[in-house]
Design a protein around this ligand. Structure first.
Ligand SMILES: [Zn+2]
Length: 73
């Protein structure tokens, strides 16, 4: 997830939980252009890691109120 403010991403990080593994770490990173990104660390055997399942529903559920899901591909 990219482009939200750090405060939004922190709230997202608190809210986010994977429905498919028990990973619990969200890394916030700042890229060039001062855009913050949040990346959730799934367990290695999580189906989201394998690409079998989309993580977007879990992400959308974790969004702070009024925030929109955006991601650079
Ligand atoms: Zn997972």
């Amino acid at each position: 997830m990219t482009g939200q403010s750090p405060a939004e991403l922190l709230e997202f990080a608190r809210n986010y939980s994977c429905g498919h593994c028990d990973g619990d770490t969200v890394e916030l990173t700042k890229s060039e252009g001062n855009a913050w990104s949040a990346r959730f660390r799934h367990n290695d055997d999580c189906p989201i890691i394998a690409g079998a399942i989309s993580s977007i529903p879990d992400k959308v559920r974790a969004l702070p109120e009024g925030s929109q899901y955006r991601e650079e591909s």
